[in-house]
Design a protein around this ligand. Sequence first.
Ligand code: ATP
Ligand code: MG
Length: 258
Amino acid sequence: MFLEINNLNKQFQTKNGTLIVLKDINMLIAQGEFICAVGASGSGKSTLLRQIAGLDRPTSGEVMIDGKPITGPGPDRGMVFQHYTLYPWMSVQENAEFGLKLQGVPKKERREQASYYLNVVGLTQFAKALPKELSGGMKQRVAIARALASEPKVLLMDEPFGALDVHTKEAMHEFMLDLWRRTNITIFMITHDVEEAVFLSNRIYALGARPGTVRKEMLINLPNRSHTVKRHSTFHDYRDELMDLLRLHGQEAVALAA
Ligand SMILES: Nc1ncnc2c1ncn2[C@@H]1O[C@H](COP(=O)(O)OP(=O)(O)OP(=O)(O)O)[C@@H](O)[C@H]1O
Ligand SMILES: [Mg+2]
């Protein structure tokens, strides 16, 4: 398997004692899948992504990529976060090159590589622009180009469209599906948006909260992936099933609201 999460547990020591955030997480992801992990706020989604990114270490268990345990960040994993993480004083081109610069890629090569991916995300004409001249969706496309420029094996996305209005979000969904088809990259995205998950992924992990666990794995087989599919009964069935799975129960709801 390409990406494996084996018996992962994550706890934090807080002033109120030990907080168990992720419990016995197991996931197997094949190359080329588009996976969404869906859970309520506080279910440990970002914490899970940080373990895969290698930004943090599990309390127990492990994450493997291509058969090797993850021990830290690496160019095989590209990250895109919810909030725009572009440097405001750098041009779009410089932002897109930034990851490569950190890796010590020579100037000419990184310019070519970043230009290629700015073209993939449709922003060639904005290469010289500053982030403040871009819309929210465009900024996220720069962040995606920056992540892709290192040619990672997997794109890790933490609620990348959470801050966008509904129309821009729809456009970004179309864009992501197109990108996925063209590049065949593996995508692991976390979101709390149920419709987003059903529309984009081929498989979903529904997460329970307090502690974060995998409640169910759902294979998504839609008749097509155009926006009209959202009116299809198959889409509604998946959405309703996922909503029911994510519904918070008793103590969980009390703990999360606290
Ligand atoms: N470094 C830390 N120290 C202590 N507690 C932490 C730490 N990081 C996360 N937590 C706790 O872990 C829980 C899960 O947080 P996390 O950010 O992973 O949730 P999430 O599912 O991404 O939520 P959201 O949808 O709001 O982004 C929260 O209760 C949070 O307070
Ligand atoms: Mg989060």
